[in-house]
Unconditional design. Structure first.
Length: 204
């Protein structure tokens, strides 16, 4: 009887995977979990290989933990918060489960359109857009901006280039491949928590 039960369990698991359904700890959801890393050149991985940027390294880490995920790198060099907002519906599709939102350091040094960008206004607009579409947000930015974001439903992490201060590239802003590896490892627990929140699975 025990052998029959194991066989049934294996067949059921294969069937669920064929149907595109992943089950863990009694919870099932359509797979894969779609994560979009949306931000500036530190998301894009300026001056490193695409596979060395943090989104690619994060995907590898998540898969090594058994998560069926796709992590899309939607980073753009030099982008500011107003242009992140303008492009959000194109860059972050409605079927996204989780977005890692970053990309505001350029607001300090770049002007787009009329005058300087008001970072806080556009960060809050971005979060309103994303959460309004049912997308869970992980916000990566500096503490002074975090303090101006009242939404209590999002998760928060430091700005990307603060996660690996000893592994910055020659320009002092972007990171080395090792730096982006550290970023991926630093983000991992928060992203796993977000996956559990998204799927309803217990946060173990």
């Amino acid at each position: 009887m025990q052998k029959i039960n194991k066989t049934i369990a294996k067949v059921s698991a294969k069937l669920l995977l064929t149907l595109g359904i992943l089950c863990t700890a009694g919870f099932c959801w359509a797979k894969p979990i779609h994560i979009v890393a949306y931000g500036d050149s530190n998301t894009n991985g300026k001056a490193v290989q695409r596979s060395e940027a943090y989104p690619a390294q994060l995907e590898v880490l998540l898969k090594s933990k058994g998560f069926e995920v796709e992590v899309t790198n939607a980073g753009t060099d030099g982008i500011t918060s107003n242009w992140l907002f303008e492009a959000v519906n194109r860059k972050v599709p409605d079927d996204t489960d989780i977005v890692i939102l970053q990309g505001f350091p350029n607001d300090k040094i770049t002007k787009k359109g009329k005058g300087a960008v008001d970072t806080v206004i556009f960060v809050n607009k971005l979060i309103e857009n994303l959460t309004g579409r049912g997308i869970l947000v992980i916000l990566s930015t500096y503490e002074n901006i975090q303090a101006e974001v009242p939404n209590n439903e999002i998760l928060r992490v430091p700005e990307i280039n603060q996660m690996a201060p000893d592994h910055k590239a020659g320009d002092g802003h972007h990171l080395t491949p090792e730096g982006y590896r550290i970023v991926a490892e630093t983000l991992l627990p928060t992203v796993i928590k977000a996956i559990h929140m998204r799927t309803g699975a217990p946060d173990s």
